[in-house]
Design a protein around this ligand. Structure first.
Ligand SMILES: Nc1ncnc2c1ncn2[C@@H]1O[C@H](COP(=O)(O)OP(=O)(O)O)[C@@H](O)[C@H]1O
Ligand SMILES: [Mg+2]
Length: 252
């Protein structure tokens, strides 16, 4: 039996939106068009524009509306920053980057910071040896100081969530909060598995805003296990690997 992989961020978002419960955790997401970029920028002031089939933070763009009249729009991709006076100029730049690829537009979440750098959370959920969904790992990812993505492959640093959240929650609050993120991620796995029955593992990217509201940025169906090796507790990675072997991701 093969493990189900789903690349399209758009298809996965549509499946999650079928759940009334999950909807509150999904930032508004639309297919890329001149209208959706314009409207969402006006509505939210900051948006992320992302390739539907992207990975590793590649091609991810952050756009902000600013108050400076001659620099009304701020564009950032990688460490590349541009300012535009008009929406038309900004939009032309987006089209040049997009080329013929499909993109989505998503409400931008102002991520929590640790030592001035943005971070988000990755939760790993796998089918365990009894065929039940189990949250097997949770880790934070601290963005490179000059970048707008947290991905390891884009210069982000995997760190324990306790380290990153220490400025934002007490250890008691954090224990409860981690539990909540794990339960949320298991619900996401069940919801996706209803549409994709051969799903065995997911890695959920979760943004946390200043009210500590969790936002589902994307769900990976081919999640990287290696980042969990960075945790001091090696049992976390070993269990993940054991489960992954059991459902056939790796050869025995
Ligand atoms: N809506 C958003 N608000 C804030 N940050 C975002 C948003 N979408 C993506 N990001 C940042 O960009 C990173 C990469 O985006 P993601 O959707 O996970 O695509 P990829 O498949 O390239 O990992 C995220 O981990 C997060 O740091
Ligand atoms: Mg991601």
């Amino acid at each position: 039996m093969t493990i189900q992989r789903v690349n399209s961020k758009w298809a996965k978002t549509l499946v999650l939106l079928k759940s009334d419960y999950l909807r509150q955790y999904i930032p508004l997401t639309k297919l890329f068009s001149r209208e959706t970029v314009f409207q969402m920028l006006n509505e939210y002031g900051m948006i992320y524009v992302k390739p539907i089939n992207g990975t590793f933070g590649k091609g991810v763009i952050r756009v902000e509306r600013t108050i400076a009249s001659n620099r009304s729009y701020k564009y950032q991709q990688g460490t590349d920053i541009h300012y535009y006076a008009s929406f038309g100029d900004l939009y032309n730049m987006l089209l040049r980057q997009k080329k013929n690829r499909k993109y989505i537009v998503q409400k931008g979440i102002h991520l929590l910071r640790h030592q001035k750098r943005r971070f988000d959370i990755r939760v790993m959920v796998q089918k365990n040896l009894h065929g039940e969904w189990e949250a097997t790992g949770i880790i934070g990812r601290l963005a490179h100081p000059a970048k707008i993505v947290t991905n390891y492959h884009s210069g982000g640093t995997p760190l324990p969530i306790d380290t990153l959240m220490s400025d934002h929650a007490s250890s008691h609050e954090l224990a409860i909060y981690k539990n909540r993120l794990q339960k949320l991620s298991i619900t996401i796995a069940s919801q996706l598995a209803a549409a994709y029955p051969n799903l065995k593992e997911i890695g959920v990217d979760i943004a946390i805003d200043h009210k500590l509201h969790p936002w589902i940025l994307e769900v990976n169906t081919r999640p990287d296990l290696q980042i969990f090796r960075k945790l001091s507790d090696q049992n976390v990675f070993h269990k993940m690997y054991r489960y992954a072997i059991a459902y056939g991701r790796y050869k025995r």
